[in-house]
Structure formats: structure tokens, C-alpha cells
Design a protein around this ligand. Structure first.
Ligand code: SF4
Length: 407
């Protein structure tokens, strides 16, 4: 999850009376602990996650009997499904088996995370986080005074947290207040002194969900791309949740359960998710003109199909290719895929980006790998940006600007 997504999800737990906090920011100690208790074959996000939890166990006043770690899971070949098991084993080895590990799974679209009301609140928290981050990324590259967008962003997160964590609101009341709060947050972003000049290269950022969203894991890649003159469009967290629901429905169809109670539940869930997402996104209609999301995750899966068959290549690799194709259709100038070193998602995607690029007017696509070893990426980003500028001058699909860019 993104930091903002995790903060708003923690606020959702607090609204149900659970004293939830996000793990402190990752640092060198995180990597040190992650490496100490792993074999070296784990992916980088696994090391970071384990390291972050272990850091908490070493904090002053830590009480294992009063602690639970939320470590969601997924099925399929991805190592994410192993995180909770490894964490459990390590905590046992360290005599901390008292710590409860809460592990909802993608199998049912994370439905096991709590009851219906919890899921509904968590969903609008995730969508709000995606929206606020989108505003940050679309405005920051144009701000006149450095740091102003970050400041508005931080204040917006605190406001959203304070509202979502309230225990005295039912869902409808929360939604109504959240709508008002987001309008006010939107207006604060709009008030930022910015110089909206057309022509900045727009890059779609796709890839492994943890690494692309975790600033520590990707060495602040978004900021680096901005320093090189780009604006970025980062694939949302909500996209993954929609994908897990799509995946669940697809499996039911393949099991011959198209007309089943489980299918009805999955459809109702998808309907609710879309409806609420639409309501909140609509408030930002003018801001997100040109940055519209696909109408359905099925579109992404279908766009990926010529390169990665969705029923063979599951998960983020399909989404990365599908979003790359979708982003191309929106006029972006390049594709950046952020991947942990040794993760098959990045490796598989990289093998097909060449063909994808050829089919899309040679749009530059580049996978950047991360493994926790600090490397100077400036040279690589610089070369990539040269390709991006070349493509920008010859591309056939122009991007659409929102009304804040003067003609
Ligand atoms: S997608 Fe790759 S990096 Fe992410 S959890 Fe799975 S195996 Fe690890």
C-alpha cells in the first residue's frame, strides 16, 4: 500500500475501535533486520515488510500480547502469499508467537478483512487515498513554490484520517462528510500557485504494487522522474482491488459457477465499489480530465491479452501491460515499470515490452529494478528521458489537458 492508503486504512480500523497504526517509515534498520531473518531468496518487498514488523518488536515498551500485525495475503505463484507464513515462523523462532497475524486474502477480494461496513469504509478510504495522491502527482511538477503541494497533501491526509477514524458515524453519514471534505481538499489543491504549461512529458508508472508505491523501496523514483522534468501518472491501489474481484469472478466462471451465490456476492461487491468510486471521482471531474481511469479493469486485462493471456499470466504483469496500453491511448510519453529485483512480474513484463513498444509507435518502456542497494539512477533516467522526448515529438496520440492548462 501507499503510505496514504495505509494511513487511511489504519484510520478505518480505528473507526471500529481497533488501535491501529501504520509501521514506521522503512530505513536501513528495516533492511538490516529483513536480511537477518530471511534466506536471501525472498523478494525485496518481503524483506522490507518483515524488517518493518521486526523493527516494531524492538521498539521500547513493545508488548507482544497486545499486538496484531496485519499482513494480507494472495494466492497464486507470487511470493506475497508467503509473507504471513514467513513472519509467523520468524516470530515463533523469536519466542513472540503471542503476536496475532491477521491475514485476509485476495482469494475473496480481501472480503475477510472485516464485515461489510468495514469493507465499505475501507474501500472509500482507499479511493480517497488514490484521489489525493493523484492530485499531488498532477500538481507538484507545476508548483511555483517548492514544497507547497507536499504541504497541502500532508494536511489533506490528516483531514481524511480525522474524519475516517470517527466512531460516531454510520456509513452514509461518513460518505456525505467525506464528500464535503474532499471538495474542500480539492479546492486547497486548486489554490496552489502553479504554472500549468503544456508540454511536460507525462509518464505512466506501472509495475509491482509495493515497490511502485513505497518511496523507500523505489528510492523515491517518482520524485527523481519529476526532477528530470516529467509528470507521472501512477497506477492506483484501487485497480488491484478491482482486479482481485475480476479474478474471483473469472475463477467462478471457469468452475462452472456463473450462476451461483458467490457470483452474486462478487457482482454486488463490484457494483458497490464502482458506484462509490464514481461518486468520489466525479468531484474531481475537471481536475482529472485527461487522466480518466478505465471504465472497468476488464479493459486492462483485454488490452494485455495480445502480450500476456490473462488466464495464464496472472496478476500485476497483466495489469502493467494493460495499463501501458491504456496509458498509450491517453497520450502518455513513456512507460516506467518499477519492479523489485528478481520479481517475475517485472521480468515477464520486460520480455514483452519490446513487442508492445513496436506495436505502439515505439513508445519508450523501461523496467527499473530495485533490491535495496542504493544505485545512482540519474544516468539511466536521463537516457530514458531523451527517448521520451524523441517519442513526444513524433507520437500519434496527443494527451488531453484539463481546464487548468491555459490554451
Ligand atoms: S509481485 Fe514479486 S516482488 Fe511482489 S510480492 Fe510477488 S514475488 Fe514479491
Amino acid at each position: 500500500m501507499t503510505q496514504i492508503g495505509a494511513r487511511l486504512l489504519a484510520a478505518t480500523f480505528r473507526s471500529k475501535g481497533i488501535e491501529a497504526q501504520i509501521t514506521p517509515p522503512s530505513d536501513e534498520k528495516t533492511v538490516e533486520l529483513g536480511a537477518l531473518y530471511s534466506s536471501g531468496e525472498e523478494c525485496f518487498p518481503e524483506k522490507v515488510t518483515i524488517g518493518d514488523f521486526l523493527k516494531i518488536t524492538q521498539a521500547e515498551g513493545f508488548d507482544p500480547a497486545k499486538t496484531a500485525f496485519l499482513m494480507p495475503s494472495a494466492n497464486g505463484p507470487c511470493r506475497f502469499g508467503q509473507y504471513a507464513h514467513l513472519l509467523d515462523k520468524i516470530l515463533n523462532d523469536l519466542d513472540m508467537s503471542e503476536i496475532l497475524i491477521v491475514s485476509p486474502s485476495s482469494k475473496d477480494g480481501y472480503g475477510g478483512i472485516g464485515g461489510t461496513v468495514f469493507f465499505k469504509t475501507a474501500w472509500i478510504a482507499v479511493i480517497s487515498a488514490d484521489i489525493i495522491r493523484k492530485m499531488l502527482l498532477h500538481i507538484r511538477p507545476y508548483e511555483r513554490v517548492e514544497g507547497t503541494t507536499d504541504e497541502v497533501y500532508e494536511k489533506s491526509i490528516v483531514r481524511a484520517e480525522k474524519l475516517i477514524e470517527r466512531q460516531d458515524l454510520n456509513y452514509n453519514k461518513l460518505m456525505s462528510l467525506l464528500t464535503k471534505e474532499l471538495i474542500s481538499i480539492r479546492d486547497n489543491f486548486r489554490a496552489i500557485d502553479a504554472d500549468y504549461v503544456k508540454g511536460k512529458p507525462l509518464l505512466a508508472v506501472v509495475g509491482e504494487i509495493f515497490c511502485r508505491h513505497n518511496r523507500f523501496a523505489n528510492e523515491n523514483m517518482i520524485r527523481k522522474l519529476e526532477e528530470h522534468g516529467a509528470e507521472t501518472w501512477l497506477a492506483d491501489v484501487g485497480e488491484w482491488i478491482f482486479y482481485t474481484v475480476w479474478s474471483r469472478m473469472d475463477k467462478l466462471v471457469r468452475k462452472g459457477k456463473k450462476l451461483s451465490g458467490d457470483m452474486a456476492v462478487a457482482k454486488m461487491k463490484r457494483h458497490f465499489m464502482k458506484k462509490e468510486e464514481h461518486k468520489l471521482l466525479e468531484l474531481f471531474h475537471d481536475d482529472f480530465t485527461g487522466y480518466e481511469e478505465p471504465s472497468d479493469v476488464t479493459e486492462l486485462v483485454e488490452r494485455a491479452e495480445p502480450y500476456l493471456p490473462s488466464r495464464g499470466a496472472l496478476g500485476e504483469m497483466s495489469l502493467s501491460l494493460g495499463r501501458s496500453s491504456f496509458s498509450h491511448s491517453k497520450g502518455v510519453d513513456g512507460i516506467v515499470d518499477i519492479s523489485p529485483f528478481s520479481c517475475m512480474n517485472g521480468i515477464v513484463s520486460e520480455t514483452v515490452y519490446q513487442e508492445f513498444s513496436k506495436d505502439h509507435n515505439n513508445i519508450p518502456c523501461r523496467v527499473f529494478y530495485y533490491d535495496g542497494v542504493n544505485i545512482d539512477l540519474d544516468r539511466d533516467i536521463g537516457i530514458f528521458m531523451e527517448l521520451v522526448k524523441g517519442y513526444k515529438n513524433r507520437k500519434k496520440v496527443e494527451r488531453c489537458y484539463n481546464r487548468f492548462f491555459p490554451d
